[in-house]
Design a protein around this ligand. Structure first.
Ligand code: SF4
Length: 194
């Protein structure tokens, strides 16, 4: 049981990437990771063609190594790239789960639509979904657009908000901001900053 770990102690342990010295340090703090490390060493390394990549999630931009089976041409593993000065081989829990993007059968790959009043979701084509979103944005914007408030020109709508996903890059965010500001949307945010 650990009563108190200072920030300095935590950084020292984390920075050592759980190597032997760090294990001793952790034991000193009351955390014995030897069983976890022993178990980790029994997991066979996955061999294949290693392709450098970047984590798709947030703006930190951690480097990854994507291992591909050259027979099936399928991704079989994704790990942190130790050559990167940004993440030095580590990935946060979200980045470490990137492999799930490619293999998890529970991942939704089709647009789902629940019609007004309906109690269930149905598949919708991407074209239909884009048209539906465009129509609703236009309708909402036209119904709620405010030109003037308290004697000042504001030209905005507060009825629409935009939350960008973590995989949006700088250029996409730039275009979204331009587009949304052009519509008069003022609530514009991105997951990577929240
Ligand atoms: S989500 Fe995690 S692993 Fe991916 S770039 Fe951000 S901090 Fe790095």
């Amino acid at each position: 049981m650990v009563d108190h770990i200072t920030r300095r102690q935590f950084l020292k342990v984390s920075g050592a990437a759980l190597g032997g010295a760090a294990a001793v340090e952790l034991i000193g703090l009351g955390l014995d990771t030897r069983a976890v490390q022993a178990q980790a060493q029994t997991v066979p390394l996955k061999r294949g063609k290693e392709v450098p990549s970047i984590c798709p999630y947030c703006a930190v931009g951690c480097a990854q190594i994507v291992t591909v089976d050259t027979t099936s041409n399928k991704i079989i593993d994704i790990q942190g790239n130790p050559d990167s000065p940004i993440n030095r081989g580590t990935l946060c829990p979200k980045g470490a789960a990137t492999y799930q993007l490619t293999i998890n059968p529970l991942r939704e790959t089709k647009v789902k639509h629940r019609a007004p009043g309906s109690d269930h979701w149905e598949d919708m084509s991407l074209d239909d979904a884009m048209n539906r979103i465009a129509q609703l944005v236009k309708q909402t914007r036209d119904q709620t657009f405010v030109v003037e408030k308290n004697g000042k020109k504001v030209y905005h709508t507060k009825a629409i908000a935009s939350l960008g996903g973590a995989t949006l890059d700088n250029e996409e965010n730039y275009l979204m901001k331009k587009y949304l500001s052009g519509l008069g949307v003022v609530y514009i945010e991105n997951q990577a900053r929240i």
